[in-house]
Design a binder for this molecule. Structure first.
Ligand SMILES: Nc1nc2c(ncn2[C@@H]2O[C@H](COP(=O)(O)OP(=O)(O)OP(=O)(O)O)[C@@H](O)[C@H]2O)c(=O)[nH]1
Length: 399
């Protein structure tokens, strides 16, 4: 069930009722750049993320401050307002549009009485609901454990309350209370589980490498489709290859890479769909999905799909570039394509074309521009192939 990990067993919602969320954010006076936490674009995206995770957004609370309160994130007056909002809306969860420290989450949770999580936890929850292959599921669980470990104290603290008194001191100085012991056992169990998962991921990664190596040896050029979440990557993959990958109007419908074969201008190449990128993609996820994302780093060409109907398309492009750099794929040659041209506004398209002069315009929905794109891809790959053979022909052959 979506939201299952996020809400734990405490949710008040029933199976046929969507859990309700209150969103909250601190807008920092010195961080009002497009996409910073609490800005309209970021909040709209958080709403979409919550919706994708099967939650109903009941209310949104924003506070403007110098910086978040170190103890409670919101200032104390605003935290009181948050508690009232949770009560009023019968909310099941509070989601912050920034990153909460484990302490901030715990303190706020004590004030409002329902789980308080951040954007990272929400994205992890969505990933958990969408991972389809065993590799994807393992990777998500690993990322969840990495997120949970430093936050275990919350559970330990309430357990230690049951066990009677504060963790240290309650049961005598230097003596561990029962809560602390339970916490240590839990930590150890999670670490052991993480080690097992890492081993399985590594095994699957090696298998993926062998397959990739076979493709390289057979010299099948590869194109990796990248782009912001919901840009239309899967739809475009289907159009280009005549395949049937999952397309859904939700964020992160695609989590596991899908490889398809395409032939154009007598050139055969592979097309790989990859996970959609989003602002502030949790670091744990980039780590966990590194082997999947490395498909992009090894590709001959990255086809960067842009949703030209998104008002913040330019900032989505920069986010994708940032993530690509972070996974070591910044050097892969890129072909940028403007998708959803059937619904894009002329203003956004011309703003994009001013920066990306020769970006092709396509619609995965209507099929406009698809043949040209397929040919352009084949052309670029052939060019690269020609350059590569020219580069190697100068090298003396052994013997
Ligand atoms: N109007 C229009 N809608 C499109 C076009 N291409 C894709 N869509 C829609 O946009 C939504 C997202 O498409 P997907 O192909 O799932 O997007 P994605 O980039 O793979 O998404 P993630 O899996 O979240 O990364 C779906 O509802 C598609 O039907 C297009 O050219 N025009």
């Amino acid at each position: 069930m979506a939201g299952a990990w996020l809400l734990g067993a405490e949710t008040r919602a029933t199976a046929d009722e969507r859990p309700r969320a209150v969103l909250m954010a601190v807008v920092q006076d010195d961080r009002t750049d497009e996409g910073a936490p609490g800005t309209p674009a970021s909040l709209r995206e958080l709403e979409r993320l919550a919706d994708t995770d099967g939650l109903t957004v009941a209310e949104t609370l924003v506070q403007s401050r110098d910086r978040p309160d170190p103890a409670t994130y919101l200032g104390s007056g605003k935290a009181g307002e948050l508690a009232a909002a949770v009560e009023r809306c019968a909310a099941d969860v509070v989601i912050a549009d920034g990153e909460l420290s484990p302490g901030q989450a715990r303190n706020l949770q004590d004030k409002v009485g329902v789980p308080v999580v951040d954007r990272t936890a929400l994205i992890l929850d969505i990933f958990a609901g969408h991972a389809r292959t065993s590799e994807g599921r393992l990777q998500v669980e690993l990322a969840q454990i990495a997120y949970q470990l430093p936050r275990l104290q919350g559970a330990g603290r309430s357990m230690s309350r049951v066990g009677g008194g504060r963790v240290v001191g309650g049961a005598g100085m230097g003596v561990r209370g029962p809560g602390e012991m339970r916490l240590e056992i839990q930590r150890r169990r999670l670490r052991r589980r993480a080690a097992g998962l890492r081993e399985q991921v590594a095994r699957l990664g090696r298998r993926r490498e062998r397959m990739q190596w076979r493709r390289t040896r057979n010299r099948v050029p590869s194109v990796a489709i990248t782009g912001y979440t919901n840009a239309g990557k899967s739809a475009l993959l289907n159009r280009l290859s005549g395949a049937d990958a999952l397309t859904q109007d939700v964020l992160f419908a695609t989590l596991d890479p899908t490889v398809r074969r395409v032939t154009a201008q007598e050139l055969r190449f592979t097309l790989t769909d990859t996970v959609g990128f989003v602002r502030n993609l949790p670091h744990q996820l980039i780590e966990a999905f590194r082997s999947t994302l490395e498909e992009v780093a090894r590709a001959d060409l990255a086809l960067h799909v842009v949703d030209a109907s998104a008002a913040d398309a330019l900032s989505q492009i920069s986010t994708v570039h940032e993530v690509l750099r972070e996974i070591g794929a910044g050097q892969v040659p890129e072909m940028l394509v403007l998708n959803k041209i059937d619904v894009a506004s002329p203003e956004t398209v011309s703003a994009l074309r001013r920066v990306y002069l020769d970006a092709l315009q396509v619609s995965a929905l209507t099929g406009a521009g698809i043949n040209e794109l397929r040919d352009a891809l084949a052309g670029r790959l052939q060019e690269r192939e020609a350059q590569r053979s020219a580069g190697t022909s100068g090298t003396p052959s052994p013997g």
